[in-house]
Design a protein around this ligand. Structure first.
Ligand SMILES: [Zn+2]
Length: 336
């Protein structure tokens, strides 16, 4: 049984959401992802509940993602976490406090638990812990090439407990290991918490676009007790690699990890910033996923993000169609 999902964001008007959801259902979509940002949490709580409930009534399985919360997850959204909780934000080795939240800080973990409470109350089936990342060269607020995090008080305390010495001011392997361990610990705590609320967990790390590499913490995260699905989102446009090579590498990696950890593999297909004439890359990505055993498909995002100039593909209609028609063709062939 294959599933076909799509992310949906940028519209909080229920009557328009309803029309889009019904169109998607008629096309054969089974799953939908709603982004729940800090803005949603603050101003659209009731609306998001209505949107999620409506999605379920129409028959979708609903995933939510912490869109750009604390500026440490994937997403095109603003964050004010750093205004209210500067003490829980990342600090560089020079002592500069950044707007990105620290995965180790109990205040941020508490905040994310409240977010999980909220999305669970709205009726979410799954949480996608989407592209959690430390401050660096990705995201919306780059730090300097020589800067690194995190030397906040909480991290320095934890480092002493873990390594028996002060955190060095110079980057070294222990710090690298410490950050990976903190990330896993964060995902472990939050996924267990969400699971306790009755919400299932998906983890997804953004693949490296400069080199084909699978960091060891991916498998550790997939192997966490409360994680059900391991997703990968090899968005090729903007990477150093051809679409097919890039997707093939990360799909195979995800299948291997899922196989070894007993999780379900899930594949996100790019559907934003697709240049005109390159829509066939989307078909190829679906084909590669299917050939390697992926049956849980998602695309980012609805109508190839036609509504959002920052992400819009050149020919959104054509690009979106390339996704669902290819998935449906594969499903149809497998049933014939
Ligand atoms: Zn920290």
């Amino acid at each position: 049984m294959a599933t076909m999902g799509v992310s949906y964001f940028g519209n909080r008007m229920i009557q328009h959401v309803e029309r889009d959801l019904k169109e998607l259902k008629a096309k054969g979509f089974t799953d939908i992802l709603h982004t729940v940002s800090e803005n949603d949490l603050k101003f659209y709580r009731g609306t998001m509940e209505e949107i999620i409930q409506l999605s379920k009534e129409i028959g979708f399985t609903v995933t939510v993602s912490p869109w750009s919360i604390g500026l440490v997850f994937g997403g095109e959204a603003f964050s004010e976490f750093h205004i209210h909780h500067p003490e829980a934000c990342q600090v560089t080795q020079e002592g500069k406090r950044l707007p990105q939240a620290c995965f180790n800080h109990p205040v941020f973990r508490g905040f994310m638990k409240k977010w999980a409470d909220a999305v669970s109350g709205m009726g979410a089936d799954y949480i996608l812990w989407d592209e959690p990342h430390w401050a660096g060269q990705g995201g919306w607020y780059f730090i300097g090439q020589n800067e690194w995090t995190c030397r906040c008080e909480a991290c320095r305390d934890s480092f002493i407990k873990a390594f028996g010495c002060d955190m060095p001011a110079e980057w070294n392997e222990d710090i690298e290991q410490f950050r990976k361990d903190v990330m896993i610990d964060f995902l472990d705590e939050l996924s267990k918490y969400a699971f306790g609320l009755g919400v299932k967990n998906i983890v997804c790390f953004f693949p490296n676009r400069e080199k084909l590499i699978v960091p060891p913490e991916w498998e550790k995260a997939a192997g966490l007790e409360a994680v059900e699905t391991f997703a990968t989102d090899p968005y090729w446009a903007g990477s150093k690699f051809a679409a097919e090579e890039f997707v093939d590498f990360y799909v195979k990696a995800a299948m291997d990890i899922a196989g070894r950890t007993g999780t379900k593999p899930q594949l996100y297909i790019q559907n934003f910033r697709i240049p005109g004439g390159k829509e066939s890359d989307i078909c190829s990505a679906v084909e590669i996923g299917w050939k390697n055993g992926i049956r849980d498909f998602y695309t980012w995002g609805f109508n190839s993000c036609a509504h959002m100039s920052f992400l819009r593909s050149d020919h959104p209609e054509k690009a979106f169609k390339a996704y669902y028609e290819t998935v449906l063709r594969k499903v149809g062939c497998s049933m014939a």
